[in-house]
Design a binder for this molecule. Structure first.
Ligand SMILES: [Zn+2]
Length: 415
């Protein structure tokens, strides 16, 4: 039973964190991509020490790690909680001015700047928020609930457990990572040093979300080579690689096979860039499916179209290169069913209905799962990520704090 007199710290923490600009930078080659992220990381180090966590460190790459030692005789697997400090490069995160809309009574929420309106009919979750206190921005920035809500909830959960030593739990680990939004959050994650057996990222949206399946992902590069000759003397000699590549793109099926024509469990092949000249033209693709075997199938089909295109232009050649990006984390998680089962149990004990659907994308947890740390993703409560209309309800953040506490207990009980 959660202490009804507990004073949550999640909201104060959240409001403090969002005021620190931690936008990551896609163009950067340094790590972290923008050192301003460390400003928040340093504050988190201090706060973790203040609440009484052990072994609080920030490593040279900006990963903050801390331990809450076990207080039980039982042999409980070490469980980690992970969230990211950075915000999306898509919308500014500088000078965030959070607004609390108390006791929401339904309808749209208009933001004071930029003409942004959070529309009730486009945000069906809002009908479950009547009477809630909803935090938005003033319209000039994103909010940063992705993923500062996750950080605040993990912090609050740890603080609760420290203040309630009667609740038994195994060793718990916390990690706050940089650069998730630019796909590099796990690049320098030291799984061994972290020392958890399993972990959860708190980086999802709607209350109840529990994500255990992601896409499997490859990149594919198809390079066409033609024959370049001075255009004045090109007759019967020139083979323009741009035309070969255009034919190839035209051969791709139009009503399947693409992100704009697929949904649910269907995969796709998506051309993300095409660049070239007469001599050579390169088409870059991302290839996605929930089933690894299908990726190879798509890549074979791509090669088939490349062959067909080249055959129409004697003298032209193609090369196909496939680069593995990440794999469906369910391939790992299915071998440890208790990770999902315990999360479902924790949600049920809090009367939260689990929402489980495969993610048409990747997560840091997908990469971590293949680095030896099986890590599904749990809701943090935010909505409209990477947008000026991002929002989160205070009550949902408090619920996520409870999930952290409950999860720790379930793992101890079931050990
Ligand atoms: Zn996120």
């Amino acid at each position: 039973m959660f202490d009804p007199n507990y004073k949550f710290t999640v909201v104060d923490r959240f409001l403090k964190y969002v005021k620190i600009d931690t936008q990551s930078d896609e163009e950067s080659t340094t790590f972290p991509s923008d050192p301003k992220q460390l400003e928040l990381s340093k504050i988190l180090v201090e706060e973790l020490k203040e609440i009484g966590m052990s072994d609080v460190v920030m490593d040279e790459n900006g990963y903050v790690m801390a331990t809450l030692p076990s207080n039980t005789e039982k042999d409980v697997p070490v469980i980690g909680f992970i969230a990211h400090v950075d915000t999306s490069p898509a919308v500014s995160g500088k000078d965030v001015k959070p607004i609390i809309h108390k006791n929401y009574q339904g309808g749209d929420i208009a933001l004071p700047n930029g003409g942004f309106v959070i529309k009730a009919d486009e945000n069906p979750e809002m009908k479950d928020m009547i009477g809630y206190d909803i935090i938005t921005t003033d319209g000039t920035t994103l909010l940063g609930a992705d993923d500062k809500a996750g950080i605040a909830e993990i912090m609050d959960g740890m603080e609760y457990l420290i203040k309630h030593p009667e609740i038994k739990h195994g060793t718990l680990k916390v990690c706050f990572t940089p650069d998730e939004e630019v796909g590099r959050g796990t690049e320098k994650f030291d799984v061994e040093k972290f020392g958890a057996k399993y972990a959860y990222t708190l980086d999802g949206g709607t209350v109840g979300e529990l994500e255990t399946e992601t896409f499997s992902a490859d990149g594919a590069v198809v390079k066409f080579t033609g024959i370049n000759v001075h255009p004045g003397y090109a007759k019967d000699k020139m083979v323009n690689s741009i035309k070969v590549a255009s034919k190839f793109i035209d051969l791709l099926p139009k009503d399947t096979f693409s992100p704009e024509t697929t949904s649910g469990r269907e995969g796709f092949v998506h051309c993300v860039s095409m660049q070239g000249n007469e001599e050579s033209t390169t088409c870059k693709f991302i290839v996605r499916d929930f089933d690894d075997k299908k990726l190879a199938e798509y890549e074979e089909r791509l090669e088939g179209y490349a062959k067909e295109a080249v055959a129409a232009f004697p003298g032209a050649k193609y090369e196909l290169q496939v680069i593995e990006q990440y794999r469906n984390m369910y391939n790992v998680l299915k071998h440890h069913p208790e990770i999902e089962a315990h999360a479902v149990e924790a949600l049920k004990r809090l009367d939260i209905k689990p929402i489980q659907h495969p993610i048409r994308g990747g997560t840091d947890g997908a990469r971590l799962s293949f680095m030896g740390l099986p890590t599904p993703n749990i809701f943090a409560g935010g909505h409209n990520f990477h947008a000026n209309t991002e929002y989160v309800a205070i009550q949902d953040m408090q619920l996520a704090t409870k999930v952290v506490v409950e999860l720790a207990q379930v793992w101890e009980e079931k050990a």
